[in-house]
Design a protein around this ligand. Structure first.
Ligand SMILES: [Zn+2]
Ligand SMILES: [Zn+2]
Length: 256
């Protein structure tokens, strides 16, 4: 690994692929506000990823099937249509039908307590191995939350093999119950097994868009190479999506 690949304190990302609009009622900004602040933060691409319908604060599934009416570029920022779907059980099932998952640009799958209580390491390992088989899922959301511990050594190489990106979520690092320690373990093993990651803010207001400092600091501490961060540039993110879905997100849109 060359010294160029080390994450320096001045390194920043060009994209942020996990954030919530007011469609998730414990978030506080509109799409327009998120795009405006993304532009100010120097981001070229963002993904709007409101919670899947099973979470109490979430929009109806029509929110996700109607996202196509929005302009692809808002205030000069490419806005991807996504979801943070809920994993509902220990079999890796999600709360959004497959046809809607397929139509979205970006599908994150995450555990949240109101939808599925934390299980045993074995239950969660089995669940994530099933989830890895779902072709529509792009990202494994904030799996470093300390309450949902799985067998990292067993599952992370499978995520790589099945083309799932492991999210290092900056917001999670401020949550309790050993999240930081688990995120360190996950990043260390992603480095060991060369598993690609995405680094996101999980912003619940426009003021946090692009705020990934804590996650990048953790990656730097573990010596994780910046080249393996799939959303480091708009182009690297677009390349990954093109390879997986056969669509170029940077060429499709008509600017408005
Ligand atoms: Zn979440
Ligand atoms: Zn979220």
């Amino acid at each position: 690994m060359s010294s160029d690949s080390q994450i320096s304190p001045s390194f920043s990302l060009e994209t942020d692929t996990h954030m919530h609009t007011i469609a998730s009622t414990h978030a506080y900004s509109t799409i327009l506000e998120l795009a405006t602040y993304a532009k100010k933060a120097g981001l070229g691409v963002i993904a709007i990823t409101d919670h899947g319908p099973a979470l109490p604060d979430a929009p109806h599934e029509w929110h996700f099937s109607n996202l196509h009416i929005l302009p692809p570029v808002i205030h000069g920022v490419r806005v991807l249509h996504g979801v943070e779907a809920n994993i509902m059980d220990y079999a890796g099932n999600l709360d959004l039908c497959k046809s809607i998952q397929k139509d979205l640009d970006w599908v994150i799958a995450s555990y949240h307590e109101p939808c599925c209580k934390p299980g045993t390491v074995e239950e969660l390992t089995t669940s994530y191995l099933h989830l890895a088989e779902n072709e529509e899922v792009d990202v494994i959301g904030h799996s470093g939350r300390g309450r949902y511990v799985y067998d990292y050594d067993r599952v992370l190489p499978v995520f790589k093999k099945k083309n799932k990106l492991v999210e290092i979520n900056s917001n999670t690092l401020s949550k309790g119950k050993g999240s930081k320690e688990h995120c360190h373990k996950i990043v260390g093993l992603c480095k060991k097994y060369a598993v690609p990651v995405v680094v996101n803010s999980d912003a619940h207001s426009c003021f946090d868009v692009g705020n990934t400092k804590a996650a990048l600091h953790l990656l730097a501490e573990e010596g994780y190479p910046q080249e393996w961060i799939v959303n480091r540039t708009a182009q690297s993110l677009a390349d990954w999506i093109l390879k997986k879905k056969g669509r170029n997100i940077l060429e499709e849109p008509v600017s408005r």
